[in-house]
Design a protein around this ligand. Structure first.
Ligand SMILES: [Fe+2]
Length: 301
């Protein structure tokens, strides 16, 4: 089956938190996001770029993933993806005009990803914010990627490549798959981690300078924020990383630097051995809480 729809980027991630006032402070003061208002549905918008929003916080009974949104290159790409999903028998829920206006989107639809149960949203264009983004405690260049833990890891990976047009950049054998939303050049804007249950593994923000990683380490220590992995450097993507927990135990990551792929004639994906050396050149060991935090909210039908 030829897949001719093209993605622009990972648009935003919406998280559930159990105490939104506590998380508002954390995401602003520790992570360095800029508050950007709230929707009538009680979703709090945050920015790290010129876009309408990059992250949403929503108060819910279970902390974790509410949805993941992807921006396509054009309205034609959105329409092609929608027809393709309908042909596959996947339920497509077109979002109404009020919803799209509140999200800064031109048009959007949602699906339930059939293997993880996560809600995926697709749009053709997200508006820019009216005011510039002003960095505070760190210099974030973009929301980088989201990784899900998948209990049916091989089947889920196959769905993302064969049905959703993601391309594999690298694998850690039988455990982790790093994927790019074609033809976005970033080594991964999405990943899957083999897991005993479907869950949110982590959300990444890319920073502009290695100093942002070092400063974050000390900022976390001063605030008694648990650092659960790093600092270190990932062999698959060459990114320097630091993972820490939000107040609900969701794993967040800052990373600096990432390999980029050409659209035409990219290198072949590598298969790295399942070993700690494949996830860190520097010898760090992940803590037990790494990637264990977040539940996946089922979409309300
Ligand atoms: Fe990551």
């Amino acid at each position: 089956m030829s897949l001719d729809f093209r993605y622009r980027r990972l648009a935003y991630v919406a998280l559930n938190v159990t105490d939104i006032a506590r998380s508002d402070s954390f995401y602003r003061d520790m992570l360095g996001l800029q508050a950007a208002g709230a929707s009538a549905a009680g979703e709090h918008f945050y920015r790290c770029s010129q876009h309408h929003h990059d992250l949403i916080l929503h108060q819910g009974p279970l902390a974790g993933l509410r949805r993941v949104a992807w921006e396509m290159e054009s309205t034609e790409d959105l329409a092609k993806l929608r027809s393709h999903l309908v042909r596959l028998g996947i339920g497509v829920h077109v979002m109404d005009a009020d919803y799209c206006a509140s999200m800064g989107l031109d048009e959007a639809f949602q699906i339930t990803e059939p293997h993880t149960g996560a809600t995926f949203e697709y749009c053709a264009h997200m508006a820019d914010a009216a005011t510039p983004y002003t960095p505070t405690v760190t210099h974030i260049v973009r929301l980088g990627h989201v990784v899900l833990g998948a209990s049916d890891y091989e089947t889920t990976e196959q769905f993302f490549t064969d049905a959703l047009n993601y391309r594999i950049s690298d694998r850690i054998d039988g455990a982790v798959t790093f994927m790019r939303c074609f033809p976005n050049p970033l080594h991964h804007s999405f990943g899957l981690s083999k897991s005993d249950s479907n869950r949110l593994h982590h959300v990444n923000f890319m920073v502009t300078d290695i100093d942002d990683i070092g400063r974050a380490l000390h900022r976390a220590r001063k605030r008694e924020v648990p650092v659960v992995f790093g600092p270190g450097r990932h062999p698959p993507s060459e990114s320097i990383f630091l993972y820490f927990l939000d107040p609900d135990g969701n794993t967040l990551e800052y990373s600096f630097g990432m390999e980029e792929f050409p659209e035409l004639e990219p290198r072949a994906p590598r298969r790295l051995p399942l070993a700690l050396e494949s996830i860190d050149y520097w010898g760090a060991t992940p803590q037990a809480e790494f990637g264990k935090g977040g539940a996946i909210e089922a979409r309300a039908e």
